[in-house]
Design a protein around this ligand. Sequence first.
Ligand SMILES: *Cc1c(COP(=O)(O)O)cnc(C)c1O
Length: 367
Amino acid sequence: MADRIAVNDLRRHAISTETAVRTSVERVLNSGWYVLGQEVEAFEREFSDYCGVGHCVGVASGTDAIELGLRALGVGRGSRVATVANAGCYTTTALMALGAEPVFVDVDRDAKLMDLGHLKQILSEAALDAVVVTHLFGLLHDMESILDLTARAGVPVFEDCAQAHGARRGGRHAGSFGAAAGFSFYPTKNLGAVGDGGAVVTGSADVAGQVRRLRQYGWESRYRVGVSGGRNSRLDEVQAAVLRAKLPLLDGWNRRRRDIAARYTREIHDPRVRCPAVHGEEYVAHLYVVVTEDREALRAHLAEAAVMTDVHYPVPDHRQPVLTGAGGPVAALPVTDELSASIVTLPCYPELSDEEVTRVIAHVNAW
Ligand SMILES: *Cc1c(COP(=O)(O)O)cnc(C)c1O
């Protein structure tokens, strides 16, 4: 049987980046300085330049980036924050940590992103303190339309860019549209560290300063705790040095991901499998997700052919036990529910060979 094709294979990524990563890690080991130093400062500068925003603050994870970024925008206990329920529950986890209430917005069937009609309706019904827009699967949402709606209501927008590093629309990068944005550098992300990491980017010096205090105990200066809600959530020097080595390669990896995704969409012909549209630079193909009514049969057929698949994500936020346990009403999110039962993720990562892509396509078409 042919070799197994995994949904992602970080060993291949490690081999392709080995020399650069090894040099970076050794530089940090030899420096004797491991937390919040020159590497983090340099990465923050390089990543904010890359995104085209004024400020970047490294933190310990993507979930922390959402939590601390929202706190810096004024979200806290009792705040109401609109978000989608199909994005892995990370934003909802951050909201629970803040004591804020998630207000779930349904998604649209094709892009699988926040439904603007539903958002508009929610904005008209009750006051919100923020909106989190997730560029899910690597597709940058239509930020102009969203900002048009939210600006009229005076509600700040936070972008969750954990799957969208480098996505662009009209020359502007993911993370440069909202009041602030969060990134994750978890190893499987389009820009991944060799451990956990995250960042908040923002055009506001005030928001950046607040996140800098919050990530380090709430210190306004050393050992002087000036703001509440502070934590220890720092990006370390090893991760920052690795990210600096990989950042110049990100656009090339994203092109390769997009080419693989475009081939899938053009060459998969089974009428029972609905593929995403072919996109331009606004899509960085973090995950390639198709929709089918008979998910288990497709997954079993592909597994038989040694093509691995996954589901991102099987449990929508509004149906997570942590939220339904209290027995309150469950939000009506028909499209989110429908998609959670019918989405399948196919292998899509830069190190996949053309021949493997051909095999995936052939096996889907042979279903
Ligand atoms: C990975 C991810 C996060 C969380 O990032 P961590 O670094 O794992 O905390 C948040 N949002 C989305 C959409 C993600 O994919």
